[in-house]
Design a protein around this ligand. Sequence first.
Ligand code: FAD
Length: 464
Amino acid sequence: MQDPTKDYAGVSFWLETCGDDLTPRPALAGSTAVDVAILGAGYTGLWTAYYLLARQPSLKIAIVEREIAGFGASGRNGSWCSAHFPVSPGVIAEKFGREKAVALYRAMAASVDEVARVAVREGFDIEFIKGGSLSVAHGPAQLPAVRDAHAAFVALGLEDRVALLDKAQTDARVRIEGVLGAVFYKDAASIHPGRLVRGLARAVERRGATIYEQTDVTGFTPGARPALHTAAGDVRAKTIVLCGEAYLTHLKPLHRQLIPVYSLMALTEPLSVADWGAIGWRHREDIDSCRLTIEYMAKTADGRILFGGRGAPYHFGSRIDAAYDRHAPTIRMFEDSVRAWFPRLKAVRFTHAWGGPLGVPRDFMPTMSFDPAQNVASARGYVGNGVATTNLAGRVLADLIAGERTAVTDLPCVNHHSPNWEIEPLRWLAVHYIQRAYWKLDQKAARTGVAPDGKSLAERLTRH
Ligand SMILES: Cc1cc2nc3c(=O)[nH]c(=O)nc-3n(C[C@H](O)[C@H](O)[C@H](O)COP(=O)(O)OP(=O)(O)OC[C@H]3O[C@@H](n4cnc5c(N)ncnc54)[C@H](O)[C@@H]3O)c2cc1C
């Protein structure tokens, strides 16, 4: 049932300010047949459609979206468009070899630039600025992580992509209370996520794709006659593509492939010229710390600070609910962090808070796959690094579906299969255990100034 009155602008600051009309497009009104049927109008589904149509403009593509384009993580994220991949280059090198690790890194770095290139070509202003990113040591316990991250790049011959900064060099970029140094990564940009996803939706429509909104895919059939099923009818196709990220956990066959982990954020009002003068941060670098419990920041084009991170609870049975998007204690913690990191902002006002679920695979490794026997493709499991990775995924899926072997179809995430998560209640117990253990390890490190040694059960279980 269509609901034209639903408040999609309230989902996030990005959808509120994307400048696009958020009125839902028509829903599917009966069964139809196309060449490619895509579940999900987020970056993955839209990039896949974009590159498929670039290859073969005559393809008939339908995208079926439960809400509106950009409703999911693509319209809510932390605005980092970076070469960071959910599994670190060092761990990729251990598992797949040095050559693959370097190839993957370079493909990710190229994806950052490709996002900018397409935005210019298609004429959507995504406020792209390539200021790099800083992983800061917030306290002495985080200095070893900064040095190790830098050393891992040097060991792979990627030293030209990073720089190790001491306190003075870090302060020269941005003055954060308690920061002692940082590793600077060149291949990172900041964008307006909402304008990217809504712009992509318009771009694929211009090329002939149809997006059905407020249409829930309730199941799918693989095999010789594949289809997406909805209450209004089936979308039959030669190939179906599943791009629902965290929400894929609603589909029975994929229920245990990912868990939805909530990532939330708080946004300040635009800061004054005097505040920015004191803080610096002129190049709008993406910034995170080296805590186990992720925390990060971005500076928006209109001069606000976005502070986000994880820590909100996992819900039994991988439940997803709009009420979880604004977990008040987590939001308060981020607001306190802004005041602690920038003491001169003790009176700053916060205007927005939102969040959403990330898709986390058991081994933290994204999957970009196509099974020609079943005619099913899917890309998912980006954890918190999906903005540039989904562009790579779109190109990989387009190449795989076209049956072509290219430079990107040999990457280690291609046709990767993550193990399933545990069944409940083991899953809930394990995730809660890890979240609590991370929290305690971070608290102890901050108190003692000594980094966690990597040997705790939680760290060993989640090494990536
Ligand atoms: C709060 C938050 C902050 C993040 N910050 C960053 C960041 O700063 N940098 C970064 O690189 N990554 C970040 N990420 C991750 C990144 O945003 C995602 O990996 C990426 O947007 C995933 O795109 P997607 O298209 O695969 O999924 P989504 O954008 O989630 O899109 C999936 C779409 O599928 C639809 N859908 C799902 N199931 C169905 C169904 N059954 N029927 C019909 N439609 C369905 C959903 O409604 C949704 O619109 C963040 C994620 C979150 C949640």
